[in-house]
Design a binder for this molecule. Structure first.
Ligand code: ADP
Ligand code: UDP
Length: 234
């Protein structure tokens, strides 16, 4: 399938039309941003690594009954996906305290949680993706309640499957962000599942293997992503 017209260029990916009006191509770039785009950089080969990691994970989830937008990975940087009307909500799932949750609640990173937390953020770059709750979602009409219930249930199912998938590969799935969209009336998991949007810690050493290496200048950023791909394919 060929890339036609670029219809969107985001921070990490660009979207192109294809010969099929129901399909788009997601083109994975090496650009990395953090702190609402205030920190910018390049992680060499990130686009290739993330496309391969995400394609493998989407296939794995499809095999376990999770409906995703994934269709095919025709080249190293391209993913053919079903065209979605993106629901403007980022769904964050947390198994262990880290990042903004640690800050907000005043707990150390790595602190265990009594149960899994789901959070919603309004997907808006100019507003810096503020945290919202179900009342905001209903009051501002960001999603149908039935779709929200499906997103929540899917997020928990993804968490169960991916926690196991990563654990078998020596990785703790600390937290992650999902995006959903509507395709022909059906709600599908979209975007990407990669170290850009997941916290992945080595089970033995606790070493970070995700975008926190870039956010916090920990070094060996590309190596972290490469190691995730190696284990994801292993
Ligand atoms: P951002 O928009 O935050 O800078 P990216 O650079 O990752 O993020 O851009 C990819 C964009 O494509 C995101 O806005 C995402 O919501 C959107 N997207 C992901 N999957 C699909 C899809 N299947 N159809 C339409 N849009 C999608
Ligand atoms: N996340 C993301 N995009 C965002 C915000 C968060 O992919 O715009 C992911 C992030 O990589 C982490 C999880 O969601 O895996 C929780 O992020 P957190 O709220 O702790 O924010 P951070 O401190 O990373 O900004």
């Amino acid at each position: 399938m060929k890339r036609f017209e670029k219809i969107y260029e985001g921070k990490a990916k660009a979207l192109y039309t294809t010969g099929n009006p129901d399909m788009l191509i997601q083109y994975f770039k090496d650009d990395a941003t953090a702190f609402d785009g205030k920190k910018k950089g390049i992680i060499p080969e990130k686009g290739i690594l993330n496309n391969k990691i995400s394609s493998r994970i989407f296939k794995y989830l499809e095999g376990r009954g999770v409906a995703t937008h994934f269709v095919d990975m025709p080249t190293e940087r391209e993913m053919v996906v079903k065209k979605l009307k993106i629901v403007p909500i980022e769904v964050v799932v947390r198994n262990i305290a880290a990042g903004s949750l640690s800050k907000r609640m005043g707990v150390d990173e790595g602190a265990p949680l009594k149960e899994t937390i789901i959070e919603f953020y309004y997907k808006s770059d100019p507003l810096g993706d503020p945290m919202i709750n179900e009342y905001h979602i209903r009051a501002f009409g960001l999603a149908q309640t039935s779709d929200l219930r499906k997103m929540e249930a899917t997020a928990l199912k993804v968490n169960t499957h991916l926690s196991g998938f990563f654990s078998e590969r020596g990785i703790t799935l600390v937290d992650f962000k999902l995006e959903f969209g509507i395709h022909k009336g059906e709600i599908l998991l979209g975007d990407e599942i990669t170290p850009d949007g997941c916290r992945l810690w080595d089970k033995e050493t606790g070493e970070k293997m995700d975008k926190d290496r870039f956010r916090r200048d920990l070094g060996k950023v590309e190596e972290g992503y490469q190691e995730v791909l190696r284990r994801v394919l292993g």
